[in-house]
Design a protein around this ligand. Structure first.
Ligand code: VG1
Ligand code: CO
Length: 532
């Protein structure tokens, strides 16, 4: 087959740098002539992959995924990549893709997903790039690929007469490249069966326990059906939005009340369910609901660590634990009791991978519905849900009871995230500048009880690199209060500022009083720093 070299220098690749979780842009941008071709060739030019590489390729099934996979295959073939393993119909959840890299000892992965961002032709598209450990590429590789995007002048792509059929399991060779199309679900689900005691969870499902799952028309549906229906014998009617759709059926696949109102309503006063769970577009996030109750991810992380020694594959002491800095310190309380070291990282899973690879941590997580462990190198929605089902089966308590017992023992970290759409880059820079230049002796800050504002910096103990500009942390005279501020790195359209407020109280019941207090701190803060 002919390999064509294209010399279109059509696109200035300036600023095509991956953010918190890969390169994320609008579909419209990705569909520009040669945009994707140039980016995939840039990845190859960076030498992340070579002609002896085996690469796992998949997607969350969103609009443009199949075309993107076809383009990627043609470029990989022209560049003589040795082997591509692909999920049937182009489907692979982010955790399943990470699993396949790690356990096939592959050289990395390309995952077409914009995760929780909207899909469809007016939505977003994205590329998550993974290295040979199964985790997102670290900053060094992000920079190398970025540099290649600045100087790329041509790409190689084979010219094929026929479309490559990726819709059924198969193995075939085109030129020097072996292409294997596999079942996206089976191996990963078998793997999960070695982590958790499935018979224990099955007995929970056989009891009176009522469970429902919402896949948000993302990639997790087929995995959830296999686990909950085929193995735990749950009726399929309890798995909602279970077919991966190109436009997520019009839903935004970011699991939260706004995007899943009907599902949330199933958990009102008259709820017939004991537990509900949702995942995002690419299956790495999880939300857990119960009657009149939504579990915060920060609490979920702490409680998972609290019960880890009771779970099949985690019975040995943990190496350590990690959380991103805006994630509440509930984890730290449990870790302190267990004598575990806590690593506080910038936002984004790539920071956890080094710690996991080097045996420094076993469990880690973020406030944004992402939890995981050293079983793979991505956050894992179904893993977290199975963990909770195991805790419920072991303790025979309800979700709410388990959480309240945790609060009684450790106190409660109230936490909330607020997002602000900042209109211009200039304004965003200005906000950070005034935060930097503010004197602590300023009267307004004194009135607010602000003690200090620091840059959150992180020293990666493995890479031996200092990460700066990751956000700000604001400390108050009231030690129970903490505020973090950072810019989102996953939003394709807007400059999004995220403000995280945390308040610790030994008494878990004074909810409305504490939330009011948090709201008022926030409203003073945004006024002083001219955020609104
Ligand atoms: C958001 C979350 C972050 C998460 C990232 C990727 O990033 O805050 O915790 O790691 O999404 O999640 P940001 O920069 O917009 O705050 V996913 O589900 O896209 O892999
Ligand atoms: Co995701």
């Amino acid at each position: 087959m002919k390999s064509e070299v294209n010399n279109f220098k059509t696109l200035p690749f300036l600023n095509q740098k991956a953010g918190t979780s890969g390169l994320r842009r609008s579909v419209r941008e990705f569909k520009k002539k040669n945009f994707l071709e140039n980016y995939i060739q840039s990845i190859i030019n960076s030498k992340l992959f070579s002609s002896s590489s085996e690469i796992i390729v998949g997607s969350d099934g969103r609009y443009f995924s199949k075309e993107a996979i076809e383009i990627t295959l043609k470029i990989c073939i022209a560049n003589n990549i040795k082997k591509i393993i692909l999920g049937e119909k182009g489907i692979l959840s982010t955790p399943a893709l990470s699993y396949l890299i790690k356990f096939n000892k592959s050289d990395g992965g390309i995952n077409f997903s914009a995760s929780h961002n909207p899909g469809g032709k007016d939505g977003d598209f994205g590329i998550k790039i993974n290295s040979s450990n199964g985790g997102p590429i670290v900053q060094r590789w992000i920079e190398k690929i970025f540099k290649e995007t600045l100087k790329i002048s041509s790409f190689k792509k084979v010219d094929l007469k026929k479309k490559i059929n990726i819709n059924q399991k198969n193995i075939f060779k085109i030129n020097n490249t072996l292409i294997e199309i596999i079942d996206p679900v089976d191996d990963y689900v078998n793997f999960l069966q070695n982590i958790f005691d499935f018979s224990l969870i099955k007995s929970l499902f056989k009891s009176n326990f009522k469970f429902t799952f919402n896949a948000m028309n993302g990639v997790t549906g087929p995995y959830a059906k296999k686990i909950f229906c085929d193995i735990f014998e749950l009726d399929e009617k309890h798995i909602i939005n279970s077919f991966p759709k190109q436009d997520f059926g019009g839903l935004i696949p970011d699991p939260c009340f706004e995007n899943a109102k009907d599902f949330y309503k199933l958990f009102n006063d008259n709820s017939r369910y004991d537990m509900g769970a949702l995942s995002d577009g690419d299956g790495d996030r999880n939300i857990i609901l119960a009657k009149n109750f939504e579990l915060s991810s920060s609490d979920s992380l702490a409680i998972i660590v609290q019960y880890s020694h009771k779970i099949l594959n985690l019975k040995q002491p943990l190496n350590g634990v990690a959380r991103s800095f805006p994630t509440s310190k509930a984890l730290d309380k449990v870790a302190q009791k267990r004598n575990l070291k806590v690593f506080e990282t910038p936002t984004g899973w790539k920071f956890f991978s080094n710690l996991l690879d080097n045996g420094l941590v076993t469990i880690c997580g973020e406030e944004s519905a992402g939890l995981g462990s050293d079983h793979i190198r991505e956050k894992d929605g179904l893993w977290a849900i199975l963990f909770w089902l195991s805790i419920i089966a072991i303790t025979k308590n309800s979700v709410k009871q388990i959480v309240e017992n945790h609060w009684i023992e450790y106190g409660r970290f109230f936490s909330k995230r607020y997002d602000y759409n900042i209109l211009t880059k200039k304004k965003l820079r200005h906000i950070f500048k005034i935060m930097k230049n503010y004197s602590i002796n300023n009267q307004e800050l004194k009135v607010m009880g602000i003690k200090k504002i620091i840059d959150f910096e992180y020293f990666d103990p493995i890479e031996k690199v200092y990460y700066k500009d990751q956000g700000k942390v604001i400390f108050f005279n009231d030690k129970n209060l903490r505020l973090s501020v950072r810019q989102s790195g996953t939003n394709s359209k807007k400059y999004l500022l995220r403000i995280y407020v945390e308040y610790y109280s030994k008494n878990f019941n004074n909810e409305s009083f504490i939330y009011k207090k948090m709201d008022s701190v926030l409203s003073d803060f945004v006024k002083i720093f001219m955020i609104t």
